[in-house]
Write a protein that binds this ligand. Structure first.
Ligand SMILES: Cc1cc2nc3c(=O)[nH]c(=O)nc-3n(C[C@H](O)[C@H](O)[C@H](O)COP(=O)(O)O)c2cc1C
Length: 180
């Protein structure tokens, strides 16, 4: 069973990537996992509004990411929402099949106190439009620079328990949905 994680920003040195790598280590206990980053998205190749066109670099990025049984998005908060590059990535995915009836888990992380709750819930609307099955356990990492350690996870014990609960529960959700 394969789970693909998307670090949903192109910002170099992002916390999203650190959280993605940490989540990958936990998910690997029960699944084959790969981390993808929008830092590697072929942004130059979509310049000029090439919607609906075949773009080799975009097709390769999308196909590699989509080839999984379940997905985890790690989403930062930028100006009260999710990063623009995530919407661009989403708009160039094959329609309508991407994420249709596929399990998706979400983690938010932000420098501020809302832990990207807004970003995650905004993106959930887009996932629902594409008929994804959203895993109900979600983690919103507040003040990520203080509260998260890339090797050991969240410093607060009870929040770490919730994070591990989400990550260790998700493979079972993926398995069940892929049995049907
Ligand atoms: C363009 C931009 C906008 C941001 N807006 C917010 C915001 O609205 N709320 C917030 O808590 N943090 C905001 N931040 C800080 C990020 O949440 C912070 O960089 C955090 O580490 C997550 O992003 P990262 O994965 O890029 O590191 C913003 C950062 C950038 C680069």
């Amino acid at each position: 069973m394969r789970i693909h994680i998307l670090s949903a920003t192109d910002r170099p040195g992002s916390n999203a990537k650190k959280v993605s790598r940490y989540a990958s280590e936990v998910l690997k206990e029960d699944a084959a996992v790969s981390v993808f980053s929008l830092e590697d998205y072929p942004l130059e190749d979509v310049k000029g509004g090439k919607y609906g066109q075949e773009i080799d670099s975009v097709n390769s990025f999308n196909q590699a990411f989509l080839e999984a049984d379940g997905y985890l998005f790690v989403i930062p908060e930028y100006n009260g929402g999710f990063p623009g590059i995530l919407k661009l990535f989403y708009d160039y995915l094959p329609f309508p099949q991407s994420f249709s009836h596929k399990p998706v888990s979400l983690i938010g992380e932000a420098a501020g106190n809302f832990g990207a709750l807004r970003s995650v819930e905004q993106f959930e609307q887009l996932l629902k439009y594409r008929k994804a099955y959203i895993y109900p356990e979600r983690m919103f990492i507040q003040r990520v620079n203080d509260n998260f350690d890339m090797n050991s996870g969240l410093k607060n014990e009870s929040l770490q328990k919730l994070l591990l609960g989400q990550l260790r529960g998700f493979p079972g959700f993926v398995r069940k949905l892929n049995q049907n």
